[in-house]
Design a protein around this ligand. Sequence first.
Ligand SMILES: Cc1cc2nc3c(=O)[nH]c(=O)nc-3n(C[C@H](O)[C@H](O)[C@H](O)COP(=O)(O)OP(=O)(O)OC[C@H]3O[C@@H](n4cnc5c(N)ncnc54)[C@H](O)[C@@H]3O)c2cc1C
Length: 333
Amino acid sequence: MDAISYERAGDIAGAVRAVQQPGAVFIGGGTNLLDLMKGGVTRPVRLIDITHIRGLDTITTLPDGGIRIGALVRNSDAANHALVREQYPLLSQAFLAGASAQLRNMATVGGNLLQRTRCGYFYDTAFTQCNKRTPGSGCAALDGHNRTHAILGASAQCIAVNPSDMSVALAALDAVVRVSGPAGERTIAFADFHRLPGDRPELDTTLQPGELITAVDLPPALFSARSHYLKVRDRASYAFALVSVAAALQMDGERVKTARIALGGVAHKPWRASAAEQMLDGRPLTQATLRDAAAAALRDARPQHDNRFKVQLAQRAIVRAVNQAAGRAGGVA
Ligand SMILES: Cc1cc2nc3c(=O)[nH]c(=O)nc-3n(C[C@H](O)[C@H](O)[C@H](O)COP(=O)(O)OP(=O)(O)OC[C@H]3O[C@@H](n4cnc5c(N)ncnc54)[C@H](O)[C@@H]3O)c2cc1C
C-alpha cells in the first residue's frame, strides 16, 4: 500500500506553495483523480485539497458584462446558476450532459478542465503501451479497439480524445482560463489551454507545473438566444460523447452574422470548427450551405480502423446542432 498525505490549503498562495512538494497534486472533487489513483495510473504521495480556499466557489459578473466562474464551483451549481442558465444556456446544457447528478455535485470546474482521457489503454495499466501514461512506450490504441478515438489532430504517438462536455461549450464561447502559479497570475485563451498530442501526448494542457486554475472568464453573452449543445453517445445518460457539438449563432434575419461551432469526442482537445464557421458567417442559413460547412469541418479527418463512422456522424451532428440553435426544431441531418 502506498502512503499518501493529505493537506488542506487555506488560500491560493498556500496551495501553490504546497503543491511544489515532491509528488504533490491538487485535489478538487476527486471524481477523476481518485479513479486514476485506484487504477495505478497516477501515484501522487501528497494530496493538496483546494476545496476550502475561499472566493473560488462563486460566479460573479465582470465589468465588461461577462462572468467569472470560480474554479471550485461544482458542475451542478454552475449548470443551475441563473446567470449561466439565462446568458450562457449552451454551457448549462453542456454541464448537464456530463456524467451523473451525483458526479456533477462533486466535480469542480477546475477539475473538469483537467480530467484525463477515457482511452481504455490509458486507464488499464495491464497494457504497457501508452505514450500518455508512459512516454515512449507506444500506443496500443493504434492497432487496438479505437472506436471512440480521435479523427482530427491526432499523432502517431496518441489518438486519445478529451472527454469533457463543459470544455466544448467553453471553446465555442471563447472562454479564458485564469491561473495562479509560482511565477504569478496569468490568463490562457481557451484555444491555447488544451493541447494536441504531437510528440508529447503526456501533456494535456499548457498549464505549467504548480499552477492552480482559479477561474474561467466568459466574455459578454452574445449567443444566449441561439445556441445548442448536442451530445451523441451510446447510452442516453452516463456515457461519454462519441461526438458532441456546441453550436452558437448570432443571426441577422435569415443570415448568419456569427457562427461558433466546437466539437467534442473527435480530438485530443475541444475542436473549434473554424472552417465551418467561416463558411456560415455572413451567409443565409440554407441547408446546402450548412451541409457544405459541416463537410468542411471534417475535411482533414483521419479516422482509425474502428471509427470511420465518426466522420459522417460529426457532420450530421453539426447540421442538427446548428439547426437546433437557429430554432429549426428537428434540424434535418
Ligand atoms: C463514471 C463517470 C462518468 C463521467 N461522465 C462524464 C461525461 O459524460 N462528461 C464529462 O464531461 N465528464 C464526465 N466525467 C468526468 C467528470 O466530469 C470529471 O471527473 C470531473 O469534472 C473532474 O472534476 P473534479 O473536481 O472531481 O476533479 P479532480 O478529480 O479533483 O481533479 C482532476 C485533475 O485536475 C486537477 N485539478 C483539480 N482542480 C484543479 C485546479 N483548480 N487547478 C489545477 N489543477 C486542478 C487535479 O490535480 C487532477 O489532476 C465522468 C466521470 C465519471 C467518474
